[in-house]
Design a protein around this ligand. Sequence first.
Ligand SMILES: *[C@@H]1O[C@H](CO)[C@@H](O)[C@H](O)[C@H]1NC(C)=O
Ligand SMILES: *[C@@H]1O[C@H](CO)[C@@H](O)[C@H](O)[C@H]1NC(C)=O
Ligand SMILES: *[C@@H]1O[C@H](CO)[C@@H](O)[C@H](O)[C@H]1NC(C)=O
Ligand SMILES: *[C@@H]1O[C@H](CO)[C@@H](O)[C@H](O)[C@H]1NC(C)=O
Length: 451
Amino acid sequence: MNALQRVGGLIALLTVCSFLAIVLYTRKNEYTAYKELGVNHQDIYGSLNEEVDRLTKLLAAERQKLERVRIEVEEYVKLRNNAATRRDTTWSKPIGVLVFVCNRADAIRVHLEKLIKYRKNPTAFPIIVSQDCDNDAVANVVTSFGDQVQYIKHVSGEKANITIPANQHQYTSYFRIARHYKLGLDHVFNKLGVDSVIITEDDLDIAPDFFDYFAGTRWLLDADASLFCVSAWNDNGKAAVIDTTAATKLYRSDFFPGLGWMFTKSFWDELAPKWPKGFWDDWLRDPAQRKGRSCIRPEISRTAMTQFGQKGASQGLFFNQYLKKIMLNTDPVNFTNLDLQSLTKSNYDTAFVDVVYGLPNVTINDAIAKTLKSEERGSTYRIEYGNMTQYTEVARKLKIMFDTKAGVPRTAYKGIVTAFINGVRLYAAPTLPWMGYDVTWEPPTVIEADS
Ligand SMILES: *[C@@H]1O[C@H](CO)[C@@H](O)[C@H](O)[C@H]1NC(C)=O
Ligand SMILES: *[C@@H]1O[C@H](CO)[C@@H](O)[C@H](O)[C@H]1NC(C)=O
Ligand SMILES: *[C@@H]1O[C@H](CO)[C@@H](O)[C@H](O)[C@H]1NC(C)=O
Ligand SMILES: *[C@@H]1O[C@H](CO)[C@@H](O)[C@H](O)[C@H]1NC(C)=O
């Protein structure tokens, strides 16, 4: 850009100099001619003075022109750079929306109605419903949407040859789900040939900006190899512990949230050959699969559980105490217009860590006390924890989820978990130096009731 500016400036300067040179040369010849004719020097001096005035004005005008050229070049460079950013950050290829269903006809009807309502561009987001159970009511609902959705049915029941390991028959549904994911994902990536997919489930509600969220963040998965997914879900997304006005706020997370999430074909190519027979989500969170990579997640969820979720594979208790309380965003954000460069690892890591460890360090009890004082609104603190027992205590007191998977607390990034309570932003952060997640940490199995 400097080169362009310099060239522009140089051309303008050369123009002015040549102009002056020509004028002076002409004047010199005139002067010589006058001298030869014996004309009075005073007259020549007077006319030269006028000429100098005229030239000074001309020069000022030329300077102004030069300044205008400089501004124009600057604006052009700015525009060109913006265009480059836009090209990099917008997404034009179709993103498949893969919906897994089994036997809940009411759930899938509500879910598809929502998807179609908020999907402005069917070509950009082809919806594929994948069913593995023999259920005609579901099949009828799905086909009733006509060409708005594609429908794929897999062999099910006895014929599906799902082998459940001995002693694990109580987990049969998890084995069915893992098999179903493999079939559905192979179908969209390898048969339909899309290069990215959003996975949803029939018991999920979606926010009005669900599609803009994924369209606006898709480029990050290509730009940043340390990301493997974008999720619409905040595990700690209860209204009481988030900033309900921060609709544009996004984070990196080492915890895989699932529940409305996007990933790419290249990630699927990596996972497919070793896809597990059951418990795929915990398998994905294992360091052998995650490989230190992260997801993007929002402050305010773009998915939430519908009442149908209660009867899903997740336990009813867990549903009532946590899942159903996750708030769904209602204030649409056009993420395709936001500058999300700050979320790439190189931009985010130092900024995030520096901010958190630069904050005043308080104990969990002091932090809770601060959330009860109105004059603390708008302030931000760090609460340090030295081990996972301490983390559990902090999380319990903040009323956020305290369980971990593969040693990673829910929503944690570099061990840091945030909550926003009564206008006070808090970060639970590990004491430095941080040694990484302790995969041997066994979270407490009993989830206590919270208010
Ligand atoms: C199930 O196993 C039978 C017998 O081995 C085989 O013929 C059939 O193709 C298998 N079905 C599927 C869906 O893999
Ligand atoms: C979001 O912004 C893009 C680019 O300006 C535009 O094409 C799109 O229509 C906008 N979407 C909404 C919902 O305003
Ligand atoms: C932060 O406070 C805790 C006690 O609450 C203490 O153990 C820790 O060393 C402090 N951290 C720093 C960096 O001072
Ligand atoms: C965690 O840290 C606390 C405070 O330093 C200590 O009392 C406790 O024994 C530690 N727990 C474990 C499991 O290391």
